[in-house]
Design a protein around this ligand. Structure first.
Ligand code: AMP
Length: 574
């Protein structure tokens, strides 16, 4: 396939950690699978001295531990600085190393498109100076490309956003692009003036990214090994460090979608011929404590950018998330605390810059551009929880999101919740979709009880949602440490529970509503009339659940009971 001028022009995101390449096909940008099915290629180059061969991508990354002096990563940091790199007995400029990456990407795209590619749009960070931009053009030329344009990465990301079918019109012309990659962080504010996108402010930290998150976990593993063996390995064991960092990255990625993970790696080191294993559970909470200061640093930069653009957070109409590290939940939560608008990935954070570069190539050649369709969740999906800051767990209306709106499907996400009472009998799992923090303003998809085994208060319950393209959600509940789980399948589009597996435990539904109402009734000083009404409704509710009455009847009694309970709570406060 080629564009109307009979040639394929590609858009290249030449990243510090990873790179990718896209092209336009019938007015739509596509990203090229560069390594198997993977669309992102590590920006790593290695020189194989024995065969006098340049190796690029994942294979080069795999050589890093064994051939650290023949392998280079993050070459982007050296662009335009005149520094030379030594790979074994060869010396290269940064432009040459980057050209190897570009050439590899282009060769892959030529195979996929069946065309030779001679022209490209390449992206650079908004803060790149003239020398760095010129170096990028030279790298392109060394790879045999005519560089049609150098585009700022945030501008490219916003370009592709324009072409995604989006229900919500922007309420403000200001877009903030938050780009947290592997090794760098950039925040930019753009003003959209019709076709023109002006960068109003741009700042960041060129030495802050997901690699630093990995380092925090690597240190945890090092400490764990030290506790086990009494020996300090952190000194200069480079191969160990590389291996632990790889494990750290995997752990980090798992923790983006799961509340905890157990890291088990055999034979990390050997002491007196005896292998020492790594076996440690890491919770997302602990991990978030480790990286909180790094995330806060990025938020300080967000405020700096707002100040530079003379805007306040409420002026921003959209926050675009770019870079793989934006998948970290605490990053999104920290941004949600700053802005009033939903923080979500409307585009794939790894691909939007390169897709945007391809869109830019279409704008240059005048190719008509179509809308981009991406399979995403149309609403956020989550469960009702008690408000942890509120003693009154009853009348709880808090919506705890598990899968964010506009997340690419299929997707699997899990979160952890805690019981509110000692020996809590059960939880009533209520699944809602919507964008409000309050369940009452969202749509109930379904509810079911999860019967618990006796456990102390704050017993962890893992809730996992797996959402497929057909709008079916598989919910898995797990009482951690008690071998108690339950699977339920829901049809989100038709709002129904289509399959209940009650394997987790019988039908004694004594949910937290009942526990709470009993607590209220037991209080001194409750108006006798109110108490009587509460007991009446509470008993009716308990019986309705026990007898498996139809859902409408249960909902009706539940609503009346909740209302009365709220009345009792309010009476208490005043
Ligand atoms: P980029 O430079 O944009 O390619 O981003 C690469 C960084 O994103 C690396 O540090 C990855 O470890 C990180 N990353 C990729 N996927 C995830 C994820 N699911 N959760 C957290 N970090 C991720």
């Amino acid at each position: 396939m080629s564009n109307i001028s009979g040639e394929v022009i590609c858009g290249i995101d030449l990243g510090t950690t990873n790179s990718c390449i896209s092209y336009l096909r019938q007015g739509k940008p596509f990203v090229v699978p560069v390594e198997g099915t993977s669309t992102i290629m590590p920006s790593v180059v290695s020189y194989d001295e024995r065969n006098d061969k340049i190796i690029v991508g994942r294979e080069a990354l795999n050589r890093l531990a064994a051939f650290p002096n023949h392998t280079v990563r993050s070459i982007k940091r050296l662009m335009g600085k005149g520094t030379k790199v030594h790979l074994g007995n060869k010396t290269f400029t940064a432009e040459e190393v980057s050209s190897f990456i570009l050439k590899t990407l282009v060769e892959k795209a030529e195979v996929i498109t069946g065309n030779t590619i001679k022209k490209a749009v390449i992206t650079v960070p908004a803060y790149f100076d003239d020398a760095q931009r010129r170096a990028t053009i030279s790298a392109g030329e060394l790879a045999g490309l005519e560089v049609l344009r150098i585009v700022n990465e945030p501008t490219a990301a916003s370009l592709v956003y324009d072409y995604v079918d989006n229900e919500d019109a922007l309420t403000s012309p200001y877009i903030l692009v938050y780009d947290l990659g592997g090794g760098t962080f950039d925040v930019s504010i753009l003003e959209l003036k019709g076709e023109i996108k002006e960068v109003l402010a741009s700042c960041g930290d060129t030495a802050l990214g997901g690699d630093d998150f990995d380092e925090r976990l690597t240190s945890l593993f090092m400490r764990n090994l030290k506790e086990k063996t009494g020996m300090d390995f952190s000194a200069d064991n480079r191969a160990l460090h590389v291996r632990l960092k790889e494990i750290a990255e995997k752990t980090k990625i798992i923790l983006s979608d799961n509340p905890y993970t157990t890291v088990k790696e055999a034979s990390i080191v050997t002491i007196d011929g005896e292998p020492v294993n790594l076996d440690i559970e890491v919770t997302r909470d602990d991990y978030e404590d480790m990286i909180r200061d790094l995330v806060n640093k990025t938020i300080e930069k967000v405020y700096e950018a707002l100040k530079e653009a003379r805007l306040s957070s409420s002026d921003i109409g959209e926050v675009l998330l770019v870079g793989g590290t934006t998948r970290t939940p605490i990053v999104q939560r920290a941004l949600a605390d700053v802005f009033d608008i939903p923080i979500a990935h409307s585009l794939d954070p790894d691909l939007c810059v390169s897709l945007g570069a391809a869109v830019q190539s279409g704008l240059i050649t005048g190719e008509p551009l179509g809308h981009i369709l991406i399979d995403v969740t149309s609403h956020s999906l989550g469960i009702k929880t008690a408000d942890i800051f509120d003693e009154n767990t009853m009348g709880a209306d808090h919506f705890s999101m598990i899968i964010r709106r506009n997340t690419k499907v299929p997707v699997r996400k899990a979160d952890i919740y805690y019981t509110c009472y000692h020996d809590q009998d059960s939880v009533l799992v209520e699944i809602y979709q919507g964008e409000s923090n309050l369940c009452s303003e969202n749509t109930l998809i379904g509810k079911f009880p999860f019967v618990l085994k006796p456990a102390p208060i704050n017993c962890p319950i893992v809730v996992e949602f797996a959402y497929d393209k057909e709008g079916i959600v598989h919910v898995t509940m797990q009482q951690k440490g008690y071998n108690n789980s339950k699977d339920v399948t829901l049809d989100v589009r038709n709002r129904e529970v289509i399959d209940k597996d009650t394997g987790g435990g019988g039908n004694t539904v004594l949910n937290y509503i009942i526990e709470k109402y009993k607590k209220i009734v037991a209080r001194d000083g409750l108006a006798p009339q109110l108490k009587q009404e509460l007991v009446k409704l509470g008993t009716a509710y308990e019986l309705a659940l026990r007898d498996g009455k139809d859902e409408d009847a249960i909902d009706d009694i539940e609503a009346r009971l909740l209302e009365k309970m709220e009345e009792a709570e309010e009476g208490e406060v005043s």
